[in-house]
Write a protein of this length. Structure first.
Length: 169
């Protein structure tokens, strides 16, 4: 029991270190600075406040021109973006290197439940595997940016019922 407690006691610190390292990459940060954790936390808070899609938000940050969304127009994001740009500038790395790091760390598409269910329904209920095969083809290279991905970037439409999934789905 003591060995298990000792092993578990160190988990939180290791997890936070690993999480911050991954988030730095998602933001194009090669170096470490003390303010990085607050920069990440502030962005995640803004995303939560504005109900922004996690995957799409990080992909949008790679763009030279951000989309016109409530998140990106908010005063909080504008302040955050200034901090982030200042942080990026202190790395003394070319912009294309930071962009490549972000693109390697942020998938352009993920297997969204509503799309997986539609593909499975089409295959199982109707014997039509075209949606399934197209979804698999797009998901085979999630870190590439292609026009074929556009149809798979959208979150599910709003619903009165929260989405629930079950083991074996």
């Amino acid at each position: 029991m003591a060995m298990a407690q000792e092993a578990l006691a160190g988990f939180s610190g290791r997890y936070q270190t690993s999480l911050l390292a991954g988030m730095r990459k998602k933001l194009g940060l090669f170096t470490e600075e003390a303010e990085d954790a607050s920069l990440v936390e502030e962005m995640l808070d803004l995303m939560h406040q504005h109900r922004a899609d996690y995957t799409n938000t990080f992909c949008d940050l790679e763009s030279a021109v951000l989309p016109e969304t409530p998140l990106f127009r908010s005063p909080g994001f504008i302040r955050w973006q200034a901090r982030w740009q200042a942080r990026l500038s202190r790395q003394n790395r070319p912009a294309n290197e930071m962009l490549r790091l972000m693109q390697k760390s942020n998938p352009g598409v993920i297997p969204r439940n509503h799309q997986v269910e539609a593909a499975l329904d089409s295959a199982v209920e109707h014997g039509d595997y075209r949606l399934f095969e197209k979804l698999l083809a797009v998901l085979a290279a999630p870190y590439t940016r292609s026009p074929e991905q556009a149809a798979y970037k959208s979150p599910p439409p709003p619903s009165a019922q929260p989405y629930r999934t079950f083991c074996g789905t």
